[in-house]
Design a protein around this ligand. Structure first.
Ligand code: DX5
Ligand code: ZN
Length: 228
């Protein structure tokens, strides 16, 4: 069972952004880029101009996590500028089904994120439209927050849906994912792991990714959902 590690550059040194991205090249499967608009979340990061520059400069595919209002209007544009995966928040979308279709039609993988307070049950029928479901394990907006283990039932439920419908939708977790928490995410059913501070706030990000991957892999191999 292949799993993916997507380091979040939110915890990297923005003064040397391209170098920070290239630091994990070869070790990271994806590069998680957090776009925040100071409206959907109380923080402001980067927008399409910088994302497009990163797409051109960086070898690892970009996994764009949009924490912005009016996803219907803005999300497809991130696919157009070359992000290989674009994740919008369902809370910020008027017509999430259409947003997912628009992202796919621009050639990117379509991801849909849900905040900790949002019920998964209300959106289960959207799974066939999605290449990835992102279960947030912190309130979106900032790196370095504590992992919310109470979100694991949503990961588990997502895995059941994907298994029952025989889908190839990835399950991503984002927020507080680290050496001490990644195993329970994998055990619950996650296969795509975002880690910001657990990668970039260490002396050796490449080693940190390898350690996270090994821990997630053993938990996956021993999990209820992994086909042996
Ligand atoms: C938070 C962002 C995360 C953040 C994770 O809203 O979506 O991607 O960078 O940071 P850590 O891994 O430090 O919790
Ligand atoms: Zn994120």
């Amino acid at each position: 069972m292949g799993l993916r590690i997507s380091p979040s550059i939110l915890s990297s040194d923005f003064g040397h952004l391209v170098a920070e991205c290239e630091r994990v090249a070869g070790a990271a499967d994806w590069l998680h880029v957090d776009v925040m608009d100071n409206h959907f979340v109380p923080n402001l990061t980067i927008g399409p101009v910088v994302v497009e520059a990163l797409v051109k400069q960086v070898t690892t595919p970009i996994d764009c996590h949009l924490m912005i209002s009016d996803a219907d209007k803005w999300a497809p544009g991130y696919a157009e500028i070359g992000a290989k995966s674009v994740t919008f928040h369902v809370e910020a979308a008027t017509n999430p089904r259409q947003v997912a279709r628009d992202i796919r039609s621009k050639g990117a993988r379509a991801g849909m994120a849900i905040k900790p307070g949002t019920r998964l049950e209300d959106y289960e029928d959207l799974f066939p439209e999605l290449d990835m479901i992102l279960i947030m394990t912190v309130e979106p907006g900032f790196g370095g927050q504590s992992f919310m283990a109470d979100q694991m039932p949503k990961v588990r439920r997502s895995r059941e849906i994907i298994r029952d419908l025989k889908l190839d939708t990835w399950i991503q977790v984002d927020g507080g994912v680290a050496g001490a928490t990644i195993a329970e995410c994998a055990d619950a059913g996650a296969d795509t792991f975002v880690a910001g501070s657990a990668v970039y706030n260490t002396p050796d990000p490449v080693q940190a990714i390898a350690d996270l991957r090994a821990t997630a892999q053993s938990a996956t191999d021993a999990s209820w959902w992994c086909a042996h």
